[in-house]
Design a protein around this ligand. Structure first.
Ligand code: IDP
Ligand code: MG
Length: 231
């Protein structure tokens, strides 16, 4: 496999605002490849699988929120009824469940060189009002948690993307069956990643065929429907 895989989830606010196309374009135009994609209404079971249940994750989420309250001199007791990071984390988790249930979500697996970091760069900072221009969150939203939290909502930030390798692995398994992930080759892959300054055309041709062969092998292995054709 060329590069690595990451999970991207286009959240209900982005779907409802008609932003699926422009968001996908950001990923496609840098050379990332969509290898799986579907529009779903998230079930409780899928959401349970998506958000970590560990106390550390919940507490970390609460601590991040407390930082925002500190930054804006807001009293968490007044707005959230508690200043305990674990209790706040639990609240944010429940708000996230609600957020992702507001409508359909588009989930996809993207593949490419450093796909995990590249996608995080493209989506930008968690909080849209802090996200840099040019990023998806920075260009299409100005949402902020202090306002969102006032009305009991997660901070709406259009997209989710796996933060690291371990997260990507469990998230992909949570949302997709292995047969839903397709192996295919973008027409510009050779140009992006393989073609060099070498004048050795024999070597180039060999590499092209090696890549093609790999694609055929992947087709044969990944999709049992192709087995007879390639046998
Ligand atoms: P990420 O989406 O950039 O990886 P995480 O820290 O994993 O950010 O947070 C998960 C989600 O929780 C965010 O995408 C956002 O929707 C929501 N969130 C994060 N911090 C806050 C907050 O302080 N208040 C409300 N919602 C928050
Ligand atoms: Mg995250």
């Amino acid at each position: 496999m060329l590069g690595e895989r990451t999970l991207v989830l286009i959240k209900p606010d982005a779907v409802k605002r008609g932003l699926i196309g422009v968001i996908c374009q950001r990923f496609e135009q840098v050379g990332l490849k969509i290898v799986a994609c579907k529009l779903v209404s998230a079930t409780r079971k899928q959401l349970n699988g998506h958000f970590p249940a560990s106390d550390d994750w919940i507490r970390g989420m609460g601590e991040k929120t407390l930082q925002t309250y500190n930054e804006y001199a807001m009293d968490p007791l007044e707005f959230l009824g508690t200043d305990d990071s674990f209790q706040i984390g639990l609240k944010i988790k429940e708000w996230n469940y609600h957020y992702l249930s507001l409508g359909p979500i588009m989930i996809m697996v993207l593949q490419g060189i450093h796909a995990i970091d590249a996608v995080r760069k493209l989506i930008g900072h968690t909080l849209p009002y802090k996200a840099a221009p040019g990023t998806i969150r920075g260009d299409f939203s100005i949402n902020a948690p202090d306002l969102a939290n006032l009305v009991g909502s997660a901070c709406k930030n259009l997209v989710h993307a796996s933060d690291n390798k371990a997260e990507a692995e469990w998230e992909i398994v949570n949302w997709f069956e292995p047969t839903e992930i397709l192996s295919w080759e973008r027409a510009d892959e050779f140009l992006h990643f393989v073609q060099g300054e070498s004048v050795d055309t024999k070597k180039e041709t060999t590499m092209k065929y090696a890549a093609l062969e790999q694609t055929f092998k992947a087709l044969k292995c990944d999709d049992p429907r192709n087995a007879a054709e390639y046998a």
